[in-house]
Design a protein around this ligand. Structure first.
Ligand code: SDX
Length: 428
């Protein structure tokens, strides 16, 4: 294959380098396009065909349903690694030795405390506030209590900001849920593992000891791994572009949380459960909702289905579907919602509308069923997604900063009014 792409504009030919990634993906390097063509740019709503960066963190092949973190398959990591190990892999590029992992966890524990004044901010929210809005606000507020985490140019300063947020974020996640449930805010125990500590902070009842349930620990550990990174999705691209202005890690993460909140993105796991509940209330009439999803006049979409990149099964959905059966079975939970989900999936996979558009279940289709089995409120599902995605966001932010990438500032195609003279109000 040639190493150049040729573009002809108004009879003039311009050559641009073809660049190839380590998985043989090919991109046209158009860094010089505007300059050599006298101002011609590209337009690509939703960036469906446009790469924003080169990255060495996550590879996914949408056609083949492949997902790898730093070269390791999601299937192997979900089965053999734990979440903190995967977080280290994503952020620093290699699976840690036991010594490296222990030091990382020890450094995180040093910062697993939140300034008490943050509780005043949390208290100011109405109980009805959506947890994603609370989490995004508190994450940004942490900047005020950790000013040294803003201007980080050295790897050491970045590391200190990273272990701070890895220590504080799970507390914010747990406190956000406890606020929703009207429970007192609890800290965990530094003697516990990272995921065990999250569960204790979320579920410990006042005045009682919290007994770890290995089923819940394994389920949450796996779910967090499956959500940990996903290359340049909407929220990760948000973290990278906010970070590119050097706004600081916590502010960049806060922006990413807001992007994840949307029902077309991470908010879909909540929307899936609400959809399945509605179908259950409607007598389990899945055909009615399939018809709505296919009706262009109806804004309803089959939540948890379809993906910008996966035009095959989302490998994470396959793993979560099996885990949902296992966890509910281990917990002795008979959830009719799971049966409705499986029925909907079967119908959709046989329906030409979905088959022709390559719409398969995505990561959000089954995850909420497990969270519900773990007694996590529906409104907290996307917060759990953010907890999983935290190391991915951090790794992408760190890569962007270490590569000294320029500030993100896309161009546009102006389609508004051309120049016109001001008109006095009396003349309008
Ligand atoms: C996540 O990017 C990531 O990696 C995200 C994520 C991650 O880990 O970060 O994987 C997490 O966000 C998963 C996606 C969760 N969202 C949902 O489940 C919401 C429902 N899904 C859709 O809204 C949609 O599929 C998107 C947003 C996920 C993808 O949309 P695209 O790529 O912009 O596709 P599109 O909207 O152009 O749809 C193409 C066609 C359209 O029909 P036609 O105009 O061709 O006739 O497919 C239809 C769409 O109407 N379609 C659906 C549908 N999804 C797409 N029709 C019904 N139900 C759906 N769910």
């Amino acid at each position: 294959m040639s190493d150049k792409a040729t573009l002809e504009i108004n009879g003039e030919k311009h050559e641009f380098p073809l660049v190839k990634g380590t998985e043989n993906e090919v991109a046209i390097d158009i860094k010089t396009l505007r300059g050599v063509t006298g101002g011609v740019t590209t337009i690509d709503p939703g960036y469906k065909n446009t790469g924003s960066c080169e990255s060495a963190i996550t590879f996914l092949d949408g056609e083949k349903g492949i997902l790898r973190y730093r070269g390791y398959s999601i299937e192997e990591l979900a089965e053999k690694a734990d979440f903190l190990e995967v977080a280290y892999l994503l952020i620093f590029g290699e699976l840690p030795t036991q010594e490296q992992l222990d030091k990382f966890h020890a450094d995180i524990k040093k910062h697993s405390v939140i300034d008490d004044d943050v509780k005043k901010i949390l208290d100011a929210f109405p109980k009805a506030a959506h947890p994603m809005g609370v989490l995004s606000s508190l994450t940004s507020a942490l900047t005020a209590f950790n000013p040294s985490s803003v201007n980080v140019d050295s790897e050491e300063d970045m590391y200190n900001a990273i272990v701070r947020i890895m220590g504080k974020f799970p507390i914010l996640v747990a406190w956000t849920m406890r606020k929703k449930k009207g429970l007192p805010l609890e800290y965990g125990s530094s003697s516990l593992g990272y995921v065990e500590n999250i569960l204790k902070m979320m579920f410990k009842h006042p005045g009682e000891d919290y007994e770890q349930n290995p089923i819940l620990v394994n389920a949450l550990d796996k779910l967090l791994i499956l959500h940990a990174d996903h290359e340049q999705n909407c929220s990760t691209s948000t973290v990278r572009i906010v970070g590119s202005s050097h706004a600081g890690l916590f502010a960049s993460l806060s922006a990413g949380i807001s992007a994840l909140w949307g029902p077309l993105h991470g908010g879909a796991n909540q929307a899936v459960l609400e959809m399945l509940e509605a179908i259950k209330e409607d007598g389990g009439d899945t055909k009615k909702y399939m018809a709505k999803a296919k009706d262009k006049a109806d804004p309803f979409r089959l939540m948890g289905f379809g993906h910008r990149v996966y035009k095959n099964f989302d490998p994470r959905a396959k793993i979560i579907k099996v885990a949902a059966d296992e966890v509910l079975g281990d917990l002795g939970i008979e959830d009719p919602i799971l049966d409705i989900a499986k029925g909907l999936e079967k119908e959709a996979l046989e329906d030409p509308y979905f088959v022709d558009r390559k719409l398969y279940p995505n990561v959000d289709f089954y995850s909420g069923i497990i969270y519900r089995g773990m007694d996590i409120p529906t409104e907290m599902f996307t917060v759990m997604f953010a907890m999983g995605r935290l190391p991915g966001w951090i790794s992408q932010w760190r890569e962007m900063r270490l590569r000294k990438e320029p500030i993100g500032r896309p161009r546009q195609l102006y389609i508004g009014e051309t120049s016109r003279a001001f008109k006095a109000i009396s003349k309008r």
